[in-house]
Design a protein around this ligand. Sequence first.
Ligand SMILES: [Zn+2]
Length: 360
Amino acid sequence: MIDRFLELARLDALSGNERSVADYLLDFARTRGLSHREDDAGRENSSSAGNVLITYGDGGKTLFMSHMDTARSTKRLKPVLHEDRITSDGQTVLGVDNRVGITALLSALDVIVSQGLQCPGFTLVFTICEESSLAGSNFLSVPDSITQAYAFDSSYRPGTYICQAPGAKTFDVEVIGKASHSGIAPEAGINALQIAARAIAELPLGRVDQESTMNIGPFSSTAATNVIPPRVKFTGEMRSSTIAKVEALDLFLQKHLSKMLDGTGATFIYDSAWDFHPYTIETDAPLRLRLENAITAIGLKPVGLHSFGGSDVNVLNGKGVPAINLGVGAQNPHSNDEFILFEDLINATKIALELMRNAN
Ligand SMILES: [Zn+2]
């Protein structure tokens, strides 16, 4: 299992460049006589690979997911094996997000195939671009037989899982003022930059309430230093636990801009779109009960948590396939301090095996 993780971790595959991992997975399936295919998501998204699907038996009704891309490069990875964990040498990420998930799924599948265990059918999918745009899961056409999905992609330790995650909308705003020479005729201009900055300064950014956040990232003005800025653009996102709450924030922002620009002579163009939809998996949902049984069966305590992140799981839930994100112990994700405990690698694999054996 450790060897497999290290092989996978060393494959450099940033979002859009997942070819090496896809080939590894296709080879894994081929050498074990498992039916496999690569879909068109890569072509649709100009990535070097598509999503890889491996089916066991008839493909069944349960989907197991993890993603092939990493948010940062593992090209110069020098893994260090400690007594209880694996880390990098501190100069790169280790690639725990999401090579731990891939390792757990392949290792469980390997146990089933090599020991000839009796199992219902199930399907594995390894997505592209989870860290960038969720394009892999967005372009994924989920097989008709699939009614539930488990993603092995949360940084929590095995036993903990995500049963609620927010939805997010991104917004693009352009504030339009009027250009004029800033030295000769500043009175004739309308300063779009200053007006936009004032409007942003009055916004409740960060954690808006217990369930909601709002952020603005890029902000740009292209005017020269001697021109009153006629146009600025900024882009941000808003997240909350329900569709209605995200829509309310969207409306709030538009009203706020109208109010702040009123009487300034400036106008604005506003556009927003869904990035991913929120989801909640209720306590009595069959896939949640099945997961809790699997966690209990391997001697751990199931803990369902709410998250503030978006993942492939949001997309699957948005497509009408109930899905849960499981902790695999991929700790400190995206930092040079990423690590995985041997114990967690084993437990994540055990949970995968338990779920696969009871995938009906
Ligand atoms: Zn991930």
